[in-house]
Design a protein around this ligand. Structure first.
Ligand SMILES: C[S@@+](CC[C@H](N)C(=O)[O-])C[C@H]1O[C@@H](n2cnc3c(N)ncnc32)[C@H](O)[C@@H]1O
Length: 524
């Protein structure tokens, strides 16, 4: 067996890119495969487990000393000792003793696996691994190898690659201690084992797909007895991270999820169908959504997919109450509201804010009168560390929470955005802490003069940089004519320079009625 090398992911990067090239075609070309043959050249040791937890070793099997000695002697003579074979339902037919924590099966009850053979093996260094043989097919082996390497390097909860043999082909992955979610559900009465497929008379006459769905619907009603919300949340987080790293077409089902006995967290198995889309991110969206659909079906959840999002947007737009002050472009061809308007939302972001707001990468942001906080989301999308959106209208906060979810779906990530339902005038009492940037875009002028001054003086205590947007448009039917004065450029410039922000920069494109005033405490 060619043992794959360990060391740093960096050392493997050229290898990985060769594999990417090879597996991006469903069936790798002969040339690509022969180039991959060079993998063995980088072989030295095996991969260390990168989850910070010790691997499962011979000593963890719960075997008597004499048996361990016997296996050690055989390991000294060769690279690997086969401990046993897994069957279709994940039961182990052991060549030796039963193994701690692994459901065992006798030779009579063994149900052969329908697809790839799985063996439990002891490696030369005494770590316990699971060796998967791909029935002579190299494409699934290469796909799974690439996924394990890249996802492992990205810190995802997947087994660690211990060894690879391109010629068989086979991979050996770390054995994850813990119960497979399917078995945990079976203990609660779910009929998820393939060996029980023909036992249930209620399933007679149904197609395999109908039976699969029926079994899942029954099993998911028992999930609460087995895992809690944080497990499901962790699993969705794992799915999202895997998508962000660029892989999709995961086989989400109870039999492919292990509840790690040491952390209580999910570990995802069986990545032989996972594909990496690299830069062509948009191509992978339907497949990512298929993964999310499978997650929703198995965990009775309603995480967004493009179809769900489009439906929700259509529902919002057809509702007579829906009004979107700040339209947003989500991505994947989906928009919320009229994005052609330059004075608010997407249009204002593209025309002015994206180019003129102070640098926000890794910065913390507070947005006063944020409405749906669309600008905060764009800043987070582009690297801001966190944002707090203060807004007094609960309805637009709900809209913002929806937009946040839409962005998170599109970008396969979670954004650190918190909404605070409050009045800007109460900011001095709120104890929100300090921020790198505070913004009040077309909002401060709704307060009265004395409240405005109190707020600006407080902002001076919590930031170095305050961005205020004016609105010089006239005759737009304001409730109070005095608002035109407080929304003017002159008023705003004087306000900032007199109340702690002596360095003032004005961004006022000709003919554009929403100039920006950027106040700083110090020249920077
Ligand atoms: C004209 S919109 C501007 C929204 C957003 N900053 C932007 O530029 O797209 C003003 C927003 O400020 C909010 N607002 C007005 N007065 C406020 C107050 N006293 N406290 C909190 N929010 C306020 C409104 O509910 C509205 O969402």
């Amino acid at each position: 067996m060619r043992v794959l090398a360990d060391t740093a992911a960096a050392e493997l990067a050229p290898t990985i890119s060769r594999i990417v090239a090879a597996v991006s075609d469903r069936v790798p070309s002969r040339r690509a495969l022969s180039r991959l043959g060079g993998l063995g050249a980088c072989a030295r040791d095996s991969f260390p487990l990168d989850d910070g937890l010790p691997s499962v070793t011979l000593d963890d099997l719960g075997w008597p000393q004499s048996r361990l000695d016997f296996v050690r002697t055989r390991l000294r003579a060769g690279n690997v000792v086969v401990i046993g074979r897994f069957d279709q339902d994940g039961f182990l037919l052991s060549d030796f003793e039963p193994v701690n924590g692994v459901p065992n099966v006798s030779a009579d009850e063994y149900v052969p696996r329908a697809r790839y053979a799985l063996e439990l093996v002891a490696m030369k260094d005494e770590r316990i691994g699971v060796r998967k043989s791909y029935a002579g097919k190299r494409a699934p082996m290469l796909r799974e190898m690439l996924a394990l390497l890249e996802l492992g390097a990205a810190g995802c909860s997947v087994p660690t690659l211990l060894a690879a043999d391109v010629s068989v082909p086979s991979l050996t992955m770390s054995f994850v201690p813990g119960e497979v979610l399917r078995e945990a559900l079976v203990r609660q009465g779910a009929q998820l084992r393939d060996r029980d497929l023909h036992e249930n008379p209620a399933w007679r006459g149904l197609t395999l797909e109908q039976i699969r769905l029926g079994r899942v619907i029954d099993a998911r009603s028992r999930l609460r007895q087995v895992v809690d919300d944080s497990f499901t949340e962790d699993l969705f987080g794992l799915l999202r991270t895997i998508h962000r790293v660029g892989f999709c077409r995961l086989d989400i089902k109870y039999g492919n999820i292990v509840i790690n006995e040491r952390t209580g967290k999910p570990v995802l198995l069986d990545l032989e169908n996972a594909i990496h889309f690299g830069a062509a991110k948009w191509l992978s969206r339907p497949m990512k959504d298929y993964d999310i659909d499978q997650f929703n079906v198995h965990f009775n959840d309603d995480r967004l997919t493009r179809r769900r999002l489009r439906k929700a947007i259509e529902c919002r737009e057809s509702s007579t109450h829906a009004r979107t002050y700040a339209p947003s472009y989500v991505g994947s061809g989906l928009r919320i509201g009229q994005v052609t308007n330059l004075s608010a939302g997407y249009g204002r972001w593209q025309y002015l804010l994206r180019r003129h707001l102070p640098p926000w990468k890794d910065k913390t942001v507070l947005d006063l009168g944020a409405n749906n906080a669309y600008y905060c989301l764009e800043m987070l999308r582009d690297g801001a560390a966190s944002a707090v959106a203060l807004e007094m209208d609960a309805e637009v906060i709900t809209e913002g929470q929806f937009i946040k979810k839409a962005f998170e779906w599109c970008d396969d990530r979670t954004y650190n955005l918190a909404y605070t339902h409050a009045n800007i005038a109460d900011l001095p009492k709120l104890n929100l802490g300090a921020f790198d940037i505070v913004m009040a875009l077309c909002s401060l002028y709704y307060l009265d003069d004395s409240a405005i001054i109190r707020v600006v003086q407080h902002v001076c205590d919590i930031t170095q940089c305050f961005v205020v947007q004016c609105n010089t448009e006239r005759d737009i039917g304001r409730a109070s004519s005095d608002t035109y004065r407080k929304a003017s450029l002159e008023y705003t410039v004087a306000l900032l320079s007199d109340n702690g922000f002596p360095v003032v920069k004005i961004v006022a494109p000709m003919g554009y009625e929403r100039p920006l005033v950027i106040g700083r405490k110090l020249e920077s």
